[in-house]
Design a protein around this ligand. Structure first.
Ligand SMILES: C[S@@+](CC[C@H](N)C(=O)[O-])C[C@H]1O[C@@H](n2cnc3c(N)ncnc32)[C@H](O)[C@@H]1O
Length: 184
């Protein structure tokens, strides 16, 4: 039986795309961001922890979501922005990765670790990618649960970055229950 059976058998549906990031998984990006950078969060509403935390950090944040009629594949903000940061829908990750490289902007995308390998993605990632890897799996707000994260996630998540991290591979510990996450 493959060791990543959980990931292989996980549901890959539009519902599985409705999976929201907890604040403790957004906090690690702050270390690599200058406060003067303008961020575009293209899969996010005002409720997104990416939007809330990046704003609180002092960054200017532009956010957009399909529900606002702003399809990532057709829409790009008119305002100047510096970096794309988000957790994109996994069912269409190949298209998301392709568009991010074509937009020629730095990015930080939180995605499942197995997304690193794939014929479609290879031609983009081989142009340059940096990885922010964690000690533990991230528990998301998923399956319609908005109050509590769902533990026992079947896949590891990492930030796939381009022209953001100072090194190709960076390891950090997640701090899910510590004061820092609560303070934000
Ligand atoms: C994995 S969720 C993450 C949401 C948010 N970024 C977060 O981390 O909490 C991805 C979101 O992208 C939305 N979405 C799907 N296709 C999209 C598109 N073409 N353009 C913009 N948003 C899209 C989905 O409806 C979903 O809410």
């Amino acid at each position: 039986m493959p060791r990543n059976i959980g990931y292989l058998t996980a549901k890959k549906t539009k519902l599985s795309d409705e999976c929201y990031t907890p604040k403790y998984a957004v906090l690690p990006v702050l270390e690599f961001l200058n406060k003067n950078k303008v961020i575009w969060c293209p899969f996010d509403s005002s409720k997104s922890e990416f939007v809330k935390i990046l704003k609180k950090n002092g960054n200017k944040v532009i956010f957009s979501h399909l529900e606002q009629g702003k399809d990532f594949f057709k829409y790009e903000p008119k305002q100047k922005y510096d970096i794309i940061i988000s957790n994109p829908p996994y069912t269409i990750k190949d298209k998301v990765i392709e568009r991010c490289y074509n937009l020629k902007k730095p990015f930080m995308l939180l995605m499942p670790l197995p997304a690193l390998q794939g014929k479609q993605r290879f031609k983009y990632f081989s142009k340059g990618v940096e990885l922010l890897v964690f000690d533990d799996r991230i528990s998301y707000f998923a399956n319609g649960h908005t109050k509590e994260v769902q533990s026992g996630n079947s896949f590891a998540s990492i930030y796939f970055c381009h022209k953001v991290l100072p090194e190709k591979l960076i390891f950090r510990k997640l701090k899910p229950y510590q004061e820092e996450a609560q303070r934000w």
